[in-house]
Design a protein around this ligand. Structure first.
Ligand SMILES: Nc1nc2c(c(=O)[nH]1)N[C@H]1C(S)=C(S)[C@@H](COP(=O)(O)O)O[C@H]1N2
Ligand SMILES: [Mo]
Length: 332
């Protein structure tokens, strides 16, 4: 399997780790079977034999200003937090419910259908999710609209690669995504109270240029392993300059469409959640400020982890041009 090198916008390992940790981490990644595609295919074996020790990932670095003008370290969010503090309403609307209620979620067999305004529609089965495109590691910030955030080492491939394979036609202006609908497996879909009042299946969308942007990935893993069910196994979207709710989980359908697709949170509360949902510290949520966020780190309850939110979550250099001339207060 090919692992590509980092691009300028990514948090590089040199930024977030010191040299000894970096070397140790590389070794772990190698042991995990990054070198062969077949190793990734056996998800269960990978997940259980994976020995990625979060301490290897735990790091200091990338200094930046916090709201109280001291500096704090930007560090990986420990794996145990990434997989236990989740939003996945199909498995309950409380942060600790997805990890508990998604444990028996079946990802095999899986079918991801790519269709719509394309010349070559296709479907990927479970194994093809891991073998059809170049998997790379991307270390990204994830900023939830609820004003908490993490730094996560994802494994995934460029959404653009998948879209290109389908050969979109000239009518393809947007990309619509859909999560699995399976109330027997997803208790939040069977029980309105547990599922937070969402009308399922969860749907999301991007403008085609956003989808084709190099930052947009479909993730199939994190911390060197296949995705845990609570994080959206077997495949989920990651668009790091947008609020987390755009990063739709457990995707079964990607459709190229002509019109702007409906999106779950926008349908539920249009005055609170827009279609674009770009991270923007200057446009507050009607019920709370978006000027700062609580970064989940290795620190305990009293860690000083309140930091300033950055425009486009710190990825402005790469994505601001997508929104040139747009009023971002109106198109929130
Ligand atoms: N299908 C689906 N996808 C979803 C959600 C959800 O409830 N259902 N929650 C979203 C929200 S609000 C966030 S912040 C991220 C959280 O991803 P994580 O649990 O991997 O941190 O997933 C997003 N994707
Ligand atoms: Mo979120």
């Amino acid at each position: 399997m090919l692992i590509k090198t980092k691009r300028s916008y990514e948090l590089t390992e040199n930024q977030v780790t010191d040299e000894t940790i970096y070397q140790g981490r590389r070794k772990v990644l190698k042991q995990l079977g990054f070198i062969s595609a077949s190793a990734l295919l056996g998800s269960n074996t990978l997940a259980t034999t994976a020995s990625a020790d979060e301490t290897v990932f735990k790091t200091k670095a990338l200094q930046f200003s916090s709201s109280n003008s001291s500096t704090i370290s930007e560090q990986f969010t420990p794996e145990h937090k990434v997989i236990s503090h989740n939003n996945f309403y199909e498995f309950g609307a409380k942060k600790d419910q997805p990890q508990k209620l998604a444990q028996n979620f079946k990802v095999e067999p899986w079918q991801l259908k790519v269709s719509g305004e394309v010349n070559k529609p296709f479907t990927l089965d479970y194994e093809q999710l891991f073998s059809s495109f170049t998997i790379e590691e991307r270390i990204y910030r994830l900023r939830c609209v609820e004003a908490w955030s993490m730094v996560i080492p994802w494994l995934g491939f460029r959404l653009a690669d998948l879209i290109k394979k389908a050969e979109p036609n000239s009518k393809a202006k947007y990309v619509a995504f859909k999560t699995l609908y399976d109330p027997e497996q997803m208790p939040g879909q069977a029980n309105r109270y547990l599922g937070g009042g969402i009308k399922y299946p969860y749907v999301e969308g991007l403008r085609i240029d956003e989808a084709m942007h190099d930052l947009s990935i479909l993730s199939v893993g994190l911390y060197g392993k296949t995705l845990p069910p609570q994080n959206g196994a077997p495949i989920r979207l990651v668009t790091p300059w947008k609020y987390g709710f755009k990063s739709i989980k457990s995707i079964v359908e990607i459709k190229l469409v002509e019109r702007k697709p409906k999106t779950t949170w926008n349908k539920l509360a249009p005055n609170e959640y827009g279609f674009y949902a770009n991270v923007n510290p200057e446009v507050d949520h009607p019920r709370w400020s978006q000027g700062s966020e609580r970064r989940l780190t290795s620190g305990g309850l009293f860690a000083r982890n309140r930091i300033k939110t950055q425009m486009f979550n710190g990825y402005g250099e790469d994505v601001a041009s997508l929104y040139q001339g747009m009023n971002l207060r109106k198109h929130y």
